[in-house]
Write a protein that binds this ligand. Structure first.
Ligand SMILES: [Fe+2]
Length: 268
């Protein structure tokens, strides 16, 4: 299944404007553009003018605007499954990660509907031992009650973002499930207690990032745009390039790809 990118060039420009407090008219004026920058007039020259004002990579923005931004092709990883479900007018991702030899598994978020996850757990003979939440936005935890009751697994979320039925954890908390090791990093900014779970023990390291980082974009900096940028830079993009990034929306990506091609982080 190929999932489209979560954000287009216009979405990214909007997120940067809101984060920096730059209105449409201020942007147009500073960039020396006549008229508002709109989808359809994202020509290379306009993007080249607005990118430095918004601290974005012009090269990466042009690639997105021209449809040439291609998501990294990531082959099957034994022990990782993605579930994409529909929540209102959007889609959201949840993940199952398991030790292929012991079949002990961890669910990351629930998505809108955990039915696909439960079916996969059954077909792979997995035992879901742990439910870890990236953040409490409703699309990510919509089916928590059912997942918790069906599996009987303990549920954890950041202490900064309490959720009914989940126990609070602080940054640095570690979990071990089968041969998998999981470390928690606070990547707040999109939400107050957004957590990135770094999983090692499979063929490649994984970072389950929630809405902190997307392929080619990132979650809106609703709580703090500057924290979101800094946490992504310091706590996700410092992981090995081969790390598979598993975002809450849009396709899988890698740390190396986002360092090269994400408009918020590439050559800025
Ligand atoms: Fe979110």
């Amino acid at each position: 299944m190929t999932i489209p990118l979560e954000d287009n060039a216009g979405d990214i420009i909007g997120k940067a404007q809101r984060g920096l407090g730059i209105s449409d008219s201020q942007l147009a004026e500073r960039a020396g553009l006549t008229g508002k920058l709109r989808e359809g007039n994202f020509d290379d020259e306009s993007l080249g003018r607005v990118a430095p004002i918004l601290n974005l990579s012009a090269t990466a923005l042009r690639k997105l605007a021209s449809g040439k931004w291609e998501a990294e092709k990531i082959g099957e990883i034994d022990g990782l499954a993605m579930f994409n479900t529909t929540y209102g007018d959007m889609t959201v991702n949840a993940y199952l990660v398991w030790d292929p030899s012991t079949h002990d598994a961890v669910a990351f978020d629930t998505g809108a509907d955990c039915g696909g996850m439960l079916a996969r757990a059954q077909s792979e003979h997995l035992k879901i031992k742990l439910i870890l939440l990236t953040h409490a936005h409703p699309d990510h935890v919509a089916d928590l009650e059912r997942l918790r009751e069906t599996t009987g697994a303990p549920v954890y979320i950041s202490e900064l973002e309490p959720e009914e039925g989940a126990d609070p954890i602080a940054e640095g908390k570690r979990f071990e499930v089968g041969s998998l090791k999981i470390e928690t990093r606070l990547t707040s900014g999109h939400s107050p207690g957004g957590i990135t779970y770094v999983v090692t023990g499979l063929a490649k390291p994984l970072a389950i990032v929630g809405d902190s980082l997307f392929a080619g974009s990132m979650g809106g900096g609703n709580v703090s745009y500057q924290d979101a940028l800094r946490n992504n830079r310091e706590k996700i993009l410092t992981l090995p390039d081969e790390t598979i990034v598993c975002p809450g929306h849009g396709p899988l990506t890698t740390v190396g790809k986002e360092k090269r091609d994400n408009p918020f982080f590439a050559d800025v």
